[in-house]
Design a protein around this ligand. Structure first.
Ligand code: NAP
Length: 232
């Protein structure tokens, strides 16, 4: 599989390292590779500059968003939620057409400081906005309800815990479920919530996730849904 991971932050790096390690041809997308590689300061979250990460992952190429998306079978959005629509426009609607577009971003709005609020929220979601803006892409929202280290290594959290999947295209969700299985998610831990409007619910878990992070002092936790499942 050829993956384009759009985003050079900690989530993009974590997903790209995992996919490349699993043997997939993986490209990371950014606005301007030269600018990104020339950064010498840690990013806003204290992560080392991208060039530092790239030195340890020479198999992963860095290209502009459009080039990364054009060559990929599957595109993964790991950009800041406020910038995601702009990034995907730069990637190009034609480069996304017919492809599975995995959306991991959250619509965090830091304009009024910490903690962030959500925009959109309640009657809309970033996942839906992306699907509306790119109707030929097959958007699947997933993995946005946990820390990125847990996304690619669910064993970091002891016991049963879940990953949610939202999207309109059943085949696209099936493909994403296969990716999740390859990351180590047990089949029973993958909860298909339904169509892309269900992304409202998972995005609205973020205010709770952020408060739990503050209360627990670490990110190695996740949500567990107790109770019977249909078909179980
Ligand atoms: P981030 O700092 O939120 O985003 C970095 C990426 O966004 C970069 O690739 C950057 O492009 C792009 N970007 C930022 N502003 C832009 C703008 N104005 N125009 C175009 N592109 C812009 O990265 P992150 O911390 O890795 O988070 C990525 C996403 O995952 C976010 O939506 C976050 O809410 C979500 N998420 C994070 C976690 C976690 O564990 N941190 C967990 C779940 C979900 P350049 O490469 O060109 O600089």
């Amino acid at each position: 599989m050829r993956y384009a991971v759009l985003g050079t932050g900690i989530v993009g790096r974590t997903l790209a390292a995992k996919l490349s390690g699993l043997g997939h041809e993986t490209v990371v997308g950014t606005r301007d590779p030269e600018v990104t590689l020339a950064r010498t300061e840690p990013d806003g979250y204290g992560n080392p500059p991208f060039a530092h990460w790239q030195a340890g992952h020479p198999a992963v190429r860095l290209t502009p968003f459009a080039e990364a998306s054009g060559r990929a079978d599957t595109v993964i959005n790991t950009t800041a939620g406020a910038a995601s629509l702009e990034v995907l426009s730069a990637a190009g609607a034609d480069n996304l057409a017919g492809k599975v577009l995995v959306d991991i971003a959250n619509p965090l709005d830091f304009s009024a400081g910490m903690p962030p609020s959500l925009d959109p929220v309640n009657t809309d979601s970033l996942g839906e906005r992306i699907q509306r803006a790119f109707p030929r892409a097959r958007v699947v929202k997933t993995l946005n309800t946990m820390n990125c280290a847990v996304m690619v290594d669910p064993s970091r959290v002891a016991g049963e815990h879940e990953v949610f999947v939202s999207g309109d295209d059943a085949d696209a969700k099936k493909q994403v479920e296969e990716m999740l299985l390859s990351f180590g998610w047990p089949p029973a831990s993958i909860v298909d919530l339904g169509d892309i409007t269900t992304a409202r619910g998972t995005e609205m878990l973020l205010p709770l996730w952020l408060r739990l992070w503050g209360a627990l002092g670490h990110g190695d936790f996740n949500f567990h849904i107790a109770g019977a499942r249909p078909g179980a």
